[in-house]
Design a protein around this ligand. Structure first.
Ligand SMILES: Cc1cc2nc3c(=O)[nH]c(=O)nc-3n(C[C@H](O)[C@H](O)[C@H](O)COP(=O)(O)OP(=O)(O)OC[C@H]3O[C@@H](n4cnc5c(N)ncnc54)[C@H](O)[C@@H]3O)c2cc1C
Length: 445
């Protein structure tokens, strides 16, 4: 019997329960649909396209490429292949869920597994509700996260024609890839994991140092499912607790989004703060010319590589929300536009965590000082000099404070767009007014 495996966020062959389920039924039509609704951000589009190409190669060219609304295209492909079932990895984002519901009205859609170790929505408190806070979630999640990886199935692929619009869309997307985009595909993901594993024992000490590049850099692969987190979890070594905790954050945010789909673009815990309208300073933030070296280094890394170090994501996000007082979706949208690992759950809840509207109970005091953070986490200034050539002449940690050096601005680096201490005061004031009884302070959203 022929069935269809519709690939989405699961662009791999191994440890793929839905593919194993399809292969067990007989011939498999491997299908990828270029959905114009999801074909928006150019960096992510390029990354997805490159991974689709790698998957096509891994299937010996049998992957069927189509273009259009999946609710029309997927049933059509199933009908012309004579397949009664379309197998998928379950999708958990708001758009993915509604899209799949529309497809399921027209064809038998069978979900096996999700892009997560534990299906979002499954980890519950004793009372049966969702977890609101990370630590107890992570503990409960760990005890559920026991499934072993699935062996790669023997697949007999069934070939069908490709849609020229789909192949053109992939080619066009790849042409606009960020220069620093990593090697795509499952083999590259597994190689990256193998290369990173020996560093797991030092990960907890070095993960916060952006100059060391000591994190796994697996987020782009996890995003498109070139590797499954179950594969990672099953081969973590002793001493990898911190790394496992980071994987749990990814699962937590997917769980939060599953329970609160509306929190994708609105405050999970509304603070009703006044926000400022994006203006020139926000453009400076986007372009990496705020005059705060660590923020600018991060924003330039983002533009060049489609990726930014986690510590710097937090500082850049804090700067936009607490120093420039912009509402977090302004920054979240920009990140999703440029990140190759851009992920609605991790990104938008990462932003809300920083902004104080998310899952954290004590956001009030979290206003990162970009300069002290820089001196602490980039103590030799190497990360800043790598991305901000205008500061290359300043040795060591001096790169974090050009204003303290006579020749600090010789390289043409811009002066700070705001006074951090002043803006910190304004942010705290807005927070405290919001927390005291009475009407919200005036201001624009
Ligand atoms: C404002 C902001 C926006 C973010 N946007 C995204 C995003 O769009 N996509 C994304 O995958 N991650 C996002 N993160 C989380 C984190 O920054 C990245 O996952 C991490 O930097 C990826 O690098 P890595 O693979 O080397 O991570 P490692 O340190 O090697 O961690 C391993 C894996 O754990 C997961 N992980 C680690 N930290 C987090 C975290 N804080 N939240 C959720 N998952 C985590 C990722 O899947 C990561 O690949 C964001 C964080 C912040 C503060």
């Amino acid at each position: 019997m022929t069935s269809v495996l519709w690939f989405r966020r699961d662009l791999r062959i191994s440890d793929h329960p839905a593919l194993a389920a399809a292969a067990a039924e007989g011939e498999v039509v491997g299908l990828f649909v270029v959905d114009p609704r999801l074909w928006a951000s150019s960096a992510r589009r390029a990354w997805v396209a490159a991974n689709v190409r790698a998957l096509a190669e891994a299937t010996g060219g049998a992957l069927v490429l189509r273009y259009g609304d999946p609710a029309t295209v997927v049933p059509e492909v199933a009908r012309s292949a004579g397949a009664s079932t379309v197998h998928v990895t379950g999708e958990t984002t708001p758009y993915g869920r509604s899209r799949d519901a529309r497809v399921a009205e027209r064809v038998r859609l069978l979900e096996t597994g999700t892009p997560y170790v534990v299906e979002p929505g499954l980890v519950r408190t004793r009372q049966g509700g969702p977890y609101q806070v990370f630590t107890p979630f992570a503990r409960a999640w760990r005890s559920e996260a026991t499934q072993a990886p699935f062996p790669a199935p023997e697949v007999t692929w069934r070939r069908m024609r490709n849609d020229a619009r789909a192949t053109a869309a992939l080619d066009e997307a790849i042409r606009h890839a960020p220069a620093g985009m990593p090697e795509p595909g499952e083999a590259a993901a597994l190689a990256r994991w193998r290369a990173f594993r020996p560093s797991l024992s030092s990960y907890a000490e070095t993960r916060d140092l952006p100059a060391d590049d000591a994190t796994s850099r697996l987020s782009p692969y996890l995003k498109v499912g070139a590797i499954h987190p179950r594969t990672l979890l099953a081969s973590t070594t002793e001493g990898a607790e911190k790394f496992v905790t980071e994987l749990a954050w990814r699962e937590f945010y997917a769980d939060v989004l599953w329970h609160h789909p509306e929190s994708a673009w609105s405050d999970l815990r509304p603070l009703h703060l006044p926000y400022d309208d994006p203006g020139d300073a926000v453009d400076a933030w986007r372009e990496g010319r705020t005059g705060f070296p660590l923020v600018d280094a991060g924003m330039r890394q983002l533009a060049a590589e489609g990726w930014m170090h986690n510590r710097v994501r937090m500082i850049a996000a804090s700067f936009l929300t607490k120093d420039l007082h912009a509402w977090w979706p302004v920054g979240a949208r920009h990140f999703l536009e440029l990140l190759v690992d851009g992920d609605l759950a991790s990104n938008n809840h990462g932003w809300q965590w920083v902004a104080g509207t998310g899952t954290d109970a004590a956001p009030y005091f979290r206003i990162f000082n970009p300069v002290t953070q820089g001196k602490r986490f980039d103590p030799d200034g190497d990360y800043v000099r790598r991305w901000v050539p205008e500061l290359a002449h300043l040795p060591g940690r001096a790169a974090h404070e050009p204003w303290k050096h006579e020749r600090g601005y010789d390289g043409g680096y811009p002066r700070p767009v705001v006074d951090h201490d002043e803006e910190r005061g304004i942010a705290l004031d807005r927070f405290s007014r919001r927390r005291s009884p009475g009407p919200a302070p005036p201001g624009r959203r």
